[in-house]
Ligand binder design. Structure first.
Ligand SMILES: [Zn+2]
Length: 300
């Protein structure tokens, strides 16, 4: 049991699965309520134990059975990951999915009341705390949440690059390079396990830029963005320090990547991403699904 070191938060870490070689679900249901980053609308999410693999979404006022998430539901998005599930849109799913997959919990029913997942504090740690509160248990020790990769994959969009090379386990290298003195060039590497995810990635908050605020608001975005749910960079300084990690931005970019791969599962690969984006993450997820017959979607 250890206390996390970041400012102001004390999270008791008890036990997490050792790796992604088995399947886990929740023991009890757990709810969280909050506002969405882009809509600014309040909604509630209930995480419910489920006996089938994957993430299954239903709306609280619908009689339809939960629908399994799949990559063909992902819609073009610049600043977040949106899904079209049946006739309903669900926005900004990446931090919740990162928390579930990152903790090794991959049999879940997600019941939602609105069309955007609450942002909470801008990181995934609130969802990790919800998972801890619900408790988790193994569903199948022989059903891994990761799968082998046979051949290397590499994609680029302009100068942005994402590559996956076969490896024993899932590890990540992130590199970002922003023309703002407060961020600049950062890199971070991690062998991902549920424990390292909770300690090193989940607390990293989303970030934005003061000089883009008016343009994004005019575009109908970030209506729920506030100084207590997103780091705001103002050139050479942060408007709302302190940071939880010196390199919190690059860690958050890896959090987003983990969330965008969650629907497919994790490859046994070293994944390197340089100046990543949700579209670039989607390129890799699609290629993993196509090239790896053991990826998550094969269970659906
Ligand atoms: Zn994010």
């Amino acid at each position: 049991m250890a206390l996390q070191p970041w400012c102001g938060l004390e999270v008791l870490v008890t036990f997490w699965p050792a790796n992604y070689e088995s399947s886990w679900t929740l023991v009890n249901s757990v709810s969280r309520r909050g506002i969405g980053l882009h809509s600014g609308a309040e909604s509630e999410v209930r995480l419910i134990p489920f006996d089938k693999p994957g993430f299954h979404v239903s709306w609280v006022d619908s009689k339809e059975p939960p629908i399994p998430l799949s990559l063909n539901q992902v819609r073009e998005s610049q600043l977040c990951t949106n899904l079209l599930i049946g006739n309903n849109c669900l926005s900004t799913v990446e931090h919740l999915l990162a928390a579930l997959a990152g903790c090794g919990v991959n049999h879940v029913h997600i019941e939602v009341s609105g069309n955007e997942i609450p942002l909470l504090d801008g990181s995934a740690i609130g969802w990790v705390e919800a998972i801890e509160e619900a408790g988790y248990c193994m569903v199948d020790e022989h059903q891994p949440n990761s799968f082998p990769l046979e051949n290397s994959l590499i994609f680029n969009r302009g100068t942005s690059v994402i590559a996956a090379t076969p490896a024993e386990r899932f590890s990540l290298v992130g590199i970002i390079d922003f023309p703002y003195g407060a961020i600049g060039r950062q890199n971070f590497a991690i062998n991902l396990t549920p424990e390292t995810f909770v300690k090193e990635i989940a607390p990293a908050r989303t970030f934005g830029f003061r000089d883009q605020h008016e343009r994004l608001i005019a575009s109908g975005l970030i209506k729920g963005g506030r100084l207590d749910n997103a780091l705001v960079c103002d050139g050479d300084r942060w408007m709302n320090p302190p940071l939880r990690f010196e390199d919190e931005p690059v860690r958050h970019k890896l959090l987003d990547l983990i969330g965008d791969l969650a629907i497919v599962g994790f490859p046994k690969a070293q994944v390197l991403v340089y100046k990543g984006s949700h579209k670039l993450h989607a390129d890799l997820a699609a290629a993993l699904m196509k090239n790896c017959p053991e990826s998550r979607l094969c269970f659906d």
